[in-house]
Write a new protein. Sequence first.
Length: 234
Amino acid sequence: HSSDMLNATADPHEAVRAGKALARYVYGLVQASRLIPGDDLLSRLIDARLRTGELTDREITSMAILLLVAGHETTANQLALGVAALLCDPDQAARLREATDADVVNGAVEELLRLLTITHFGRRRVATEDVAVSGTLIRAGEGVIAAADIANRDPDIFADPDRFDPTRTPNRHVAFGFGVHQCLGQPLARLELQIAFPALLRRFPDLRPAVGVDEIAFRDKLPIYGPQALPVTW
């Protein structure tokens, strides 16, 4: 359902239907958690916010949908695209597989976040007042696209920006946004990636692509970039 909601090329009516179906499903989970609470996010929200009257069932449902869509689509595609990148660079894959130092793993994750920058939406803004950026005047009312993927390959900030360099320091990428609009899920996303990449490579030391890179279909019509499928063998 979340994929259908985000598919910009799909029939808009299908996206609406997917959104309603997902809302019904999550609303049912909220009701179930009210009756039988557990040690989970919904139960904690219900206990801390719903029972106090601070939030309604529908508001908690909306929050849960946001966390689900933003937390699953992004991490799933970052993992798949990151694996594709690592399998195309066996030396770096081996380095990450054999890493015993957390700094090595963290450096690789940050560089994959910078290099791949999978989120390609939510970047359109309108200037509310005249502002000068690097000598260019943006007038009030003019549109701006804050392209994080382009910023993360700015040669003035990153030396040899198209190269995967897990030792890059500092690595001031903006894959999670910047300022007050930074992704609230970034600590969880980082933790998931730091665990998943080494675990996968260690579990399947002979993991390799089953097809050439030019044969992989990518989600270039969707706001969150990644492979449609990643055929592998081991």
